[in-house]
Design a protein around this ligand. Structure first.
Ligand SMILES: [Zn+2]
Length: 281
């Protein structure tokens, strides 16, 4: 959402095939026309656009002025682009124009649709094995406000770099934090006198790992607790619950791997009690 907030009144085009989106600027026209942009003054730009695009003078000036002025010619501009500009991502030539506010809405809608695809609507979807991890990652990618995860364990060595927040900081969770999405992690199992040394070590590792992470972002909240449940709630609206340990199992299966199953849904009345029990921190 923050991405577009600096572009109030700007015109955007979006590829109807792949969703690639870019702002319509004079530089975009220069790129399409294959010209260097350096050293152009206003008049030179007008002349350049006039000669290069074949647009009426008023449109060339509107492109340079940007904002509302350009919006008035959105239809003509997109017709021109549909003939000449191939999508850098998928090579199709099929564009729609959008204002910044429309685009923001569209973005939210698309995220929502993506979520619903994985969470099955009012009816619960059951995921087994590999599919669980796919749904878990999809949720992290599309969450718009909050990711809440409760797990007994995190295993640094097993979970892929893709999800956790370590070293490179190039992970799905870090991406989410950058999008201003809150991340809550409840983890841990209470000490027991019968715990073997391996379990005690794992507990110690988790403690130090989370202690490092805690400072990453004000939007990252980590709490040590006593849970055996595995629960993920996205945007307080979509939930995964089941046997899969999201932060300690990488999701690679062979014939010896224990069977895993997870329910996915967005039924509000079932999500609320879970959220209140686990994530009120
Ligand atoms: Zn495209």
């Amino acid at each position: 959402m923050g991405l577009f907030s600096k572009n109030k009144g700007s015109l955007f085009i979006r590829c109807t095939h792949c969703g690639y989106t870019t702002k319509v600027t004079k530089e975009l026209f220069a790129k399409i026309l294959g010209a260097a942009t350096v050293g152009f003054g206003f008049k030179a730009w007008v002349g350049f656009l006039f000669a290069g695009t074949g647009f009426a003078m008023a449109i060339c000036i509107a492109i340079l002025a940007g904002g509302v002025a350009m919006m008035a010619y959105a239809k003509t501009i997109v017709e021109w682009l549909n003939k000449r500009y191939s999508c850098p991502q998928c090579s199709n030539k099929s564009w729609d124009t959008y204002e910044e506010s429309e685009l923001e809405l569209l973005d939210q809608k698309e995220q929502e649709e993506d979520m619903k695809e994985f969470f099955g609507g009012e009816d619960t979807v059951v995921y087994f094995d590999e599919k669980i991890r796919v749904a878990f990652e999809a949720g992290i990618k599309h969450a718009q406000s909050e990711i809440a995860i409760a797990v007994p364990f995190i295993n640094k060595s097993i979970i892929s770099e893709k999800i956790t927040l370590k070293e490179t900081l190039q992970s799905l969770i870090v991406d989410a934090l950058k999008r201003n999405v809150k991340v809550k992690i409840l983890y841990g199992m209470k000490k027991n006198t019968s715990d073997d040394p391996a379990l005690q070590q794992a507990r110690q590792d988790m403690k130090s790992f989370f202690a490092e992470l805690r400072h990453l972002s004000k939007n990252l909240k980590i709490k040590e607790g006593n849970v055996h449940s595995k629960v993920v709630i996205y945007d307080k609206k979509y939930m995964l619950t089941g046997s899969f340990n999201y932060l300690s199992f990488g999701g690679k299966y062979d014939k010896n791997t224990r069977k895993e199953a997870t329910n996915a849904h967005y039924e509000q009345k079932r999500i609320k009690p879970f959220y209140e029990e686990y994530f009120n921190f």
